[in-house]
Design a protein around this ligand. Structure first.
Ligand SMILES: Cc1cc2nc3c(=O)[nH]c(=O)nc-3n(C[C@H](O)[C@H](O)[C@H](O)COP(=O)(O)O)c2cc1C
Length: 200
């Protein structure tokens, strides 16, 4: 039995392909781990804010010295970090928007990146502190980026692998629904993506 966190960041509502792919991943995770619990967070629906100077400042103040105002500024970040640590498996819906992730997903990353809490440094360099997690990324894109000419612009999967790895989430698998706008590819793209799901 696992605790699954599903992060969504599509701006296309119920027609979202990353949502459909994410849900298919979750179904297979639940088949493998019956009785798993699921927590869902739609980062677009909650209108996750960008980092502000107030939040950033509060991130670097020791907890016992925070004023009520600073505590309030940092409360969303604290909550998101707690939610992340509580999850065993994280499913991230990552629609491709203008060659990168949606800014709501980027804002989530900015809120959960906390010096001394989710990462630190020792004499050998950076140390990720969000360890022991399995991450599945449900990517969706109009074009094809895993191979062919689009590969030069394949920024989403490498970025998520690199940055979440920096935070300690090194066990990350990407499933792609790609070519969703490409005639001849789009007709089978979702089916192919769902069939590619393997839960290890
Ligand atoms: C504002 C916007 C920008 C997009 N930019 C790209 C892009 O740069 N490359 C691409 O292949 N597809 C792009 N697309 C297509 C999306 O990747 C595609 O619609 C995908 O299904 C989005 O995921 P979703 O269905 O979960 O929302 C874009 C779509 C939108 C709405």
């Amino acid at each position: 039995m696992k605790h699954i966190l599903h992060l969504k960041s599509s701006i296309q509502g119920a027609t979202s392909h990353s949502l459909k792919l994410g849900n298919a991943i979750i179904e297979k995770v639940q088949d493998k781990y019956p009785g798993s619990t699921l927590e869902e967070l739609d980062l677009v629906a909650i209108k996750i804010p960008h980092l502000t100077p107030e939040v950033l400042r509060a991130m670097f103040i020791p907890t016992d010295q925070l004023t009520e105002e600073e505590k309030s500024a940092i409360s969303l970040s604290d909550e998101l970090v707690k939610q992340l640590f509580a999850a065993d498996i994280i499913v991230i819906g990552a629609p491709l928007i203008n060659f990168t992730i949606h800014s709501a997903l980027k804002a989530w990353i900015d809120h959960i990146t906390r010096a001394g809490i989710t990462f630190g440094y020792d004499e050998n360099g950076p140390v990720g502190k969000v360890t022991g997690k399995k991450v599945y990324v449900a990517m969706s894109s109009g074009g094809v980026y895993a191979e062919g000419p689009g590969k030069a612009n394949d920024f989403v999967a490498p970025y998520l692998k690199a940055f979440l790895g920096f935070l300690g989430m090194t066990d990350l698998t990407v499933f792609r629904a790609d070519g969703l706008k490409v005639p001849g590819v789009k007709e089978h793209a979702m089916e192919k993506a769902i069939n590619s799901i393997k839960i290890d």
